[in-house]
Design a binder for this molecule. Structure first.
Ligand SMILES: [Zn+2]
Length: 154
């Protein structure tokens, strides 16, 4: 099988996450909770040439359709990603990720003394202060997390 065939090979059922910002495929896998113990084939493409992005990453997950809450998480890392749901080799749904205004229970506050990092039963909550470049503001302590800080906080 040639390299080109491998790249475009279709999956029967599952999700293809395309147009991930190059360098973020593994972060996307991490926030989706995909580990080596998960059943099913996961294919990762990194630094794939793209007409619109120059280089992009992509992730194919066989046998799993992403829920919209999971899709929103991906927007934190890859604001240009597109999500294709595949059934029986056909794309049945294609959507672009979109950033919610409020991010709950997804990322941890980078401020170690924030109440959301204590044992108190509070759920992490952030407001999107700016989309591009991404900047999040903690609901509890007001701490600002910049784009480069966010992948470490999942
Ligand atoms: Zn905080």
């Amino acid at each position: 099988m040639s390299e080109t065939t491998l790249r475009v090979s279709k999956i029967k059922d599952g999700t293809v996450i395309d147009h991930i910002t190059a360098g973020h495929a593994l972060d996307v896998i991490k926030i989706l909770g995909i580990t080596s113990r998960v059943n099913g084939i996961v294919t990762v493409g990194m630094n794939v040439p793209s007409k619109t992005l120059g280089l992009k990453d992509m992730v194919k997950i066989e046998g799993r359709e992403l829920k919209s809450q999971e899709v929103d998480k991906i927007a934190l890392l890859a604001p240009h990603a597109s999500i294709n749901i595949i059934r029986n080799y056909e794309v049945v749904d294609k959507q672009l990720v979109r950033l919610p205004k409020v991010i709950r229970e997804t990322v941890k506050c980078a401020n170690p003394v924030c109440v959301s990092n204590s044992k108190e039963p509070v759920k992490s909550t952030f407001y999107v202060d700016n989309e591009e470049p991404l900047r999040l503001r903690c609901h509890y302590c007001g701490y600002i997390m910049e784009k480069q800080d966010i992948p470490k906080q999942f």
